[in-house]
Design a protein around this ligand. Structure first.
Ligand code: TXA
Ligand code: MG
Length: 341
């Protein structure tokens, strides 16, 4: 299969490429498109065969359900069987935006989307290209991140192509995604609601709207938890990881020392920091410094990891940001990306 690439304006997307992409969706094809978080790989959520092609293109286990993307709140009833008051309040506050809600599904949603389960994850993305594509397709889009399973999510069309060229019909290239980290996933089918994946919409922001939310063991990393007493858990124990191809090591502090030590051993290092330290200029050490605030850091994180992969470094060393609620999502992705020591 030849993968077509069309450049599209992220702010004022032209209608012709959106209509073309919508037709591809209509005949069961796969279209990668930018959202405000990461690039998604979309198919008609009501077409089980098309959804099956997503799993094949990604190499994703059929047991991992997909997020369904809607153009408007009025479409919720097509896929979700219940719309509790908490959902309405969260949608009012955070949609369109990087928050995914898990609700009971309708019979119209094929089992392939939800991995056979009774619930469905839905969100309305904030990106104009994403909204325009869903509107042009006229159906909800099932869309996981457009990476191969277990690998780093794409924040640029180049990342999508590196993984998916020849495996999908079309990439809408709307430039780098503005937020850079996958959406927050909140399960509203339990009481209290459960945070399944931390993201840029924080637990505190959601609790201010709907009251107490429970953390799952998977994401548990509470504010105030001491950095020294929080050993990184083995990603082998985690259900999902977002792993670069090269080993990635998180260091609590003084990552510079670790980089120098590895450099002495002859390794080529990708060093990811955010501290504004005097940068090392050692041959074989490639440094990327991200902004010192969580939102700014999130924008550049995956691009930095993709860049280190492309440079074929031997090891990535990351200085961990502080263990506070604001950094929860970033730390969650870094821990999942890290290799066993
Ligand atoms: O920002 C995002 O969420 C991006 C963009 C493309 O929207 N999508 C994304 O999709 O990150 P994906 O498939 O890479 O991650 C979806 C997550 C997975 O952890 C999946 O297990 C979970 O949502 N999920 C999907 N449906 C679920 C359900 N019914 N119950 C619980 N978790 C679910
Ligand atoms: Mg993903």
């Amino acid at each position: 299969m030849i993968t077509e690439v069309i450049t599209i304006d992220p702010v004022r997307p032209a209608s012709q490429p959106l209509a073309h992409a919508g037709q591809i969706i209509g005949r069961g094809g796969l279209v990668a498109f930018p959202t405000e978080t990461v690039y998604g790989l979309g198919a008609n959520a009501f077409d089980a065969d098309a959804v099956g092609r997503i799993f094949a293109a990604k190499g994703r286990p059929a047991t991992n359900p997909l997020i369904v993307h809607l153009a408007d709140v009025s479409d919720v009833g097509r896929v979700a069987a219940d719309w509790p008051a908490a959902a309405a309040r969260l949608a009012q506050r955070f949609w369109p935006g990087p928050l995914t809600l898990v609700l009971p599904k309708t019979a119209a949603v094929p089992d392939a989307v939800t991995a056979g389960g009774p619930t469905i994850a839905i969100r309305i993305p904030a990106h104009r290209v994403a909204r325009g594509l869903i509107a042009a397709a006229g159906v909800p889009l099932a869309a996981p991140s457009a990476n191969r399973s277990t690998r780093i999510s794409p924040t640029r069309a180049e990342h999508v192509l590196a993984a998916m060229d020849g495996r999908i019909d079309l990439v809408l290239d709307g430039g780098p995604t503005p937020a850079g980290l996958e959406s927050t996933v909140l399960d509203l089918t339990t009481s209290p609601p459960r945070l399944l994946r931390p993201g840029l919409v924080t637990r505190a922001e959601m609790e201010a709207v709907i009251g107490p939310i429970e953390s799952t063991g998977q994401t548990a990393e509470r504010p105030g938890e001491s950095r020294a007493s929080a050993p990184l858990r083995s990603p082998g124990l985690l259900e999902r990881h977002y792993a670069p191809l090269v080993p990635l090591e998180c260091v609590d502090s003084e990552s510079r020392r670790r980089v120098e030590e590895l450099h002495r051993q002859g390794a080529r290092i990708g060093w990811l920091t955010f501290r504004g330290e005097p940068l090392l200029s050692l041959s074989g050490v490639s440094v990327i410094e991200l902004p010192g605030d969580p939102a700014g850091y999130a924008v550049g994180l995956y691009s930095a990891l993709h860049a280190f992969e492309a440079q074929a470094v031997d090891r990535i060393v990351v200085e961990l940001p502080p263990a506070t609620d604001a950094w929860l999502a970033v730390r969650d992705r870094l821990r999942r990306a890290s290799s066993p020591a």
